[in-house]
Write a protein that binds this ligand. Structure first.
Ligand code: ADP
Ligand code: MN
Length: 516
């Protein structure tokens, strides 16, 4: 604060500056502010400047309130200053009324409203009540002066005889508390408590203070993130609004930053808030997966979803933006299925359009490493392998899903086990290419563990059979793949002939549709 020199015109510096500073046509104020560049960026400075501004404005109001024309007792019109001030007040009031009309017109019935508060001429506390008798003189100190409230002397009382008031006097304390609300952050709307002669009990005041403080912290954090996160720039305004609302509603405490920027999604880390939505407890740490709304990134994914029978009816009717939402929706459904089967994976918190919030795998903002990035002991490696074999079987049999992008890139090592992530592209085994996807998954897994020195690791064909329960006997890759494709073709013919109804492959032996 020391580095900021504010040379605002003092309110009693003569007729000119006192009202000119308010007048839209008046000379620009001679305020000179000098401070370091770092200070310019700081929230602290903004707040101090605002306080400074308010302090500069309030004495005027006080002076006016004490002056004759407010009380109506003095109708002396001989003073030019007085007349000018009165006209200015009138002008300001009209200006504000117009502003309010515009604000109303712009906002309409919209749930998200734009406030013109900052453009108002007459300070909100002054606008409607200034003509009323303001009863704050009783509080013995100027309530608009935010700095030092009058302290009761150490002896604990003031006044004499029957006029004695102690620091415990309810009325005085109450008014003092109301006035002290002015110390809250400028953006915290406290209303016109003073004008209403509101007397706040200590208990109420403390609760409000606590609330104001945490609000201030929250908005500061939000602001800070907005300023500093470069990843934020990758997010379009609509997404930003969605994220903002999640924080604003208290569902998320704060969004700390970006974990990953991929071709199709951006993943953020966030601390969970304490507002339980839909009876769900928000995990302490969350991952927010934002599916990119740049459409061209998704074109090559069509094959996954277009032929997915679960989405077939909807696909043709949807615009591209909605298709992107379906990716998010798909990931949510798939994660829920996996969760229900007890497969370690992120837990879904909420889905809003193309933004999926889930539990964070990792700790203290550090995401769990991908299997490709972690060096495991041979014992852990073997453990991980068997766990994955197990998970693939569960996924296929209990969830009726094929991951379709399973590799060491989409498996995280956390808490001594493997967690599956990134399941937006996962499909049912009866997807026209479902078995091919499964085979590819098997190849990735086998190769990774064979290279990783797990002697027990099945080769890709063995793994495929172990997972699907199918018994493809071809002993080379080409024949094996040909058989897979033949099965897919049979499946598709079956679907064509028997309508769209899905038939899931049974876990033991051939699925019924292949019996024909
Ligand atoms: P993409 O389609 O971009 O690959 P992913 O779902 O794989 O999307 O997420 C990208 C990266 O973000 C992951 O590799 C992982 O590091 C991180 N990530 C995603 N979800 C979570 C989560 N729930 N917890 C921790 N990290 C996650
Ligand atoms: Mn991924």
């Amino acid at each position: 604060m020391d580095s900021v020199g504010v040379a605002a015109a003092a309110p009693d510096a003569g007729p000119g500056p006192a009202w000119q500073s308010k007048c839209p046509w008046g000379a620009p104020s001679t305020t000179s502010i000098s401070c370091s560049l770092a200070d310019v960026m700081s929230e602290q400075l903004a707040k101090e400047l605002q306080l400074e501004e308010e302090n500069a404005a309030f004495p005027e109001v006080v002076a006016a309130a004490e002056g004759p024309f407010i009380t109506g007792e003095n109708t002396d019109t001989s003073s030019d200053l007085m007349l000018a001030q009165m006209l200015q007040m009138e002008f300001d009031r009209e200006y504000d009324a117009q502003l309010r009309r515009e604000e109303k017109k712009i906002n309409g019935d919209s749930k998200v409203s734009i406030s013109f508060e900052n453009y108002r001429k007459v300070h909100p506390y002054d606008s409607d009540s200034s003509e009323d008798e303001v009863d704050w003189q009783d509080t013995r100190h100027d309530p608009y002066r935010a700095d030092k409230p009058t302290t009761t002397p150490r002896r604990g009382f003031i006044g004499k005889g029957k006029d004695i008031t102690t620091k415990h006097d309810e009325v005085v304390c109450g008014r003092k508390n109301t006035a002290r609300m002015e110390n809250f952050a400028p953006e915290f709307q406290v209303g016109d408590g003073i004008g209403m002669d509101l007397k706040l009990s200590n208990q109420v005041f403390n609760a409000l203070k606590q609330h104001a403080y945490s609000e201030e912290r929250r908005s500061a954090r939000l602001h800070e993130k907005k300023e500093h996160s470069t990843a934020e720039k990758a997010v379009d305004p609509k997404t930003r609004l969605l994220l903002y609302k999640m924080v604003n509603s208290g569902m998320l405490e704060t969004i700390t930053g970006c974990i990953s920027t991929g071709k199709e999604s951006v993943v953020f880390h966030a601390y969970g808030g304490n507002s339980a939505t839909e009876d769900k407890v928000i995990p302490p740490e969350c991952a927010i997966k934002v599916f990119k709304t740049t459409l061209n990134e998704f074109k090559n994914r069509d094959k996954y979803i277009k032929d997915d029978y679960r989405f077939k009816d909807r696909f043709s009717k949807l615009n591209p933006r909605k298709i992107i939402r379906m990716w998010a929706e798909k990931e949510m459904h798939n994660l829920t299925r996996m969760q229900n089967a007890g497969i370690p994976c992120p837990q879904v918190v909420i889905l809003k359009k193309h933004v999926l919030v889930m539990s964070f795998i990792g700790q203290d903002q550090v995401p769990a490493p991908k299997l490709k990035d972690v060096t495991l002991s041979s014992e852990d490696m073997k453990k991980a392998y068997y766990q994955i074999l197990n998970m693939m079987q569960q996924l296929y049999r209990e969830c009726s899903l094929v991951h379709a992008d399973l590799s060491e890139y989409n498996m995280l090592w956390h808490d001594g086990k493997v967690w599956l992530i990134d399941v937006s592209q996962s499909v049912e085994p009866t997807h026209p290419h479902g078995l091919e996807f499964l085979f590819r998954d098997c190849r990735n897994v086998s190769q990774f563990f064979q290279k990783g020195g797990v002697a027990e690791a099945l080769n890709e064909r063995e793994l495929f059979n172990a997972v699907s329960g199918l018994n493809i006997t071809a002993d080379n890759e080409v024949d094996f793949q040909a058989e897979i494709e033949a099965l897919e073709k049979m499946n598709e013919d079956h679907v064509q002939n028997h309508g769209k109804k899905l038939s899931t492959f049974s876990s033991d032996g051939d699925p019924p549709i292949y019996d024909e």
